[in-house]
Write a protein that binds this ligand. Sequence first.
Ligand SMILES: Cc1cc2nc3c(=O)[nH]c(=O)nc-3n(C[C@H](O)[C@H](O)[C@H](O)COP(=O)(O)OP(=O)(O)OC[C@H]3O[C@@H](n4cnc5c(N)ncnc54)[C@H](O)[C@@H]3O)c2cc1C
Length: 245
Amino acid sequence: MRDVCIVGGGVAGMAASIFTARAGLDTLVIDGGESILARNASLENYPGFPDGVDARRYLQLTREQARNAGAEFELGRVTRAEPVEAGELEQGFVLETEGGDPIETRRVIAASWSDSDYLVPLDVGRIQRGSKYFVDVDEGGRTAVEGVYAAGRIAGEPHQTVVAAGHGAKVGLAVIHDSDANFYHDWVAPEGYFTGRDRDVPPGCEEIDEAERRERDEQARETILEAFAEPLDEEPTMHPSVESE
Ligand SMILES: Cc1cc2nc3c(=O)[nH]c(=O)nc-3n(C[C@H](O)[C@H](O)[C@H](O)COP(=O)(O)OP(=O)(O)OC[C@H]3O[C@@H](n4cnc5c(N)ncnc54)[C@H](O)[C@@H]3O)c2cc1C
C-alpha cells in the first residue's frame, strides 16, 4: 500500500509530491493528461522568473524536481476512489484507473482540476458552482473524509499557478503531519546552524558544509543552464472549443 497517491500531476499535485516524497513518504502521482497551465502562452507572474518563463518548461522542470525528490509517476485517469473494504486492519483507499490495476493507498490528495467525479463514492463534500465541482477543505486541505485531501484549483484556490503550487505544498505538509513521519521543517541549513547551538538537526532538516553547498549549487546551475539552453519547440494547447484551421 502506498503512503500517498496524488491524483493529478499538474501544478498543485507536483508541488505536493515534492514535499511528501522529500519527507520519505512513498508517493505516487497519477496523471490523466495535461495541466491546464499547458494552455498558457507566457507565464509572467510566477516569482523567480523576472521576464517570465515558458509554462511547459516550468511544468517539465517541476516534474523533474518531483522525480528527483523520489515521487513516482503513472499515466492514467483515475475513475473511482473507494475506502479499502471494512474488516481490513489498515485505513486506506483503492483508486481505480482507466486501463490500469487498482492502486491501494493510505492517503489521497485530489489535485485534479477539473475532474472530481471519481470522488463521488467517498462523499467528500463536493460543491457545485456553475458547471464546476469544487471540494470543501479545511486550512490543510483535509476533506470531510479522513485521509482524503484536495489541493489547488479543485479546492477552490484562486486560478493562479503560484497559488496552486503553494497550496499543493501546504496540503503536502498537512499529509506529512497527519502521517507518522518524523518531521519539523523541510530546510537545508549551513553547517552549524543547529549544531553550533548544541541543538540536534531537527527531523526533515539537513545541515550541509561549504563544500557540499558549492557542489549542490554547481549541480543546480548545470541543470538550469541545460534546461534553458534552447527554446522549447512546444506550442500552447488551445482551448478545445476554439476551432482549428
Ligand atoms: C489559458 C490559460 C492561461 C493561464 N495563464 C496563467 C498565468 O499567466 N499565470 C498564472 O498564475 N496562472 C495561469 N493560468 C492558471 C493556471 O494554469 C492554473 O491556476 C493552475 O494550473 C492550477 O493548478 P492545478 O494543479 O489546480 O490544476 P492543473 O495544473 O490543471 O493540474 C490538474 C491535473 O490533474 C489531471 N487530472 C484531471 N483529472 C484527472 C483524473 N481523473 N485522474 C488523473 N489525473 C487527472 C490533469 O490532467 C492535470 O494534469 C492559466 C490558465 C489558462 C487556462
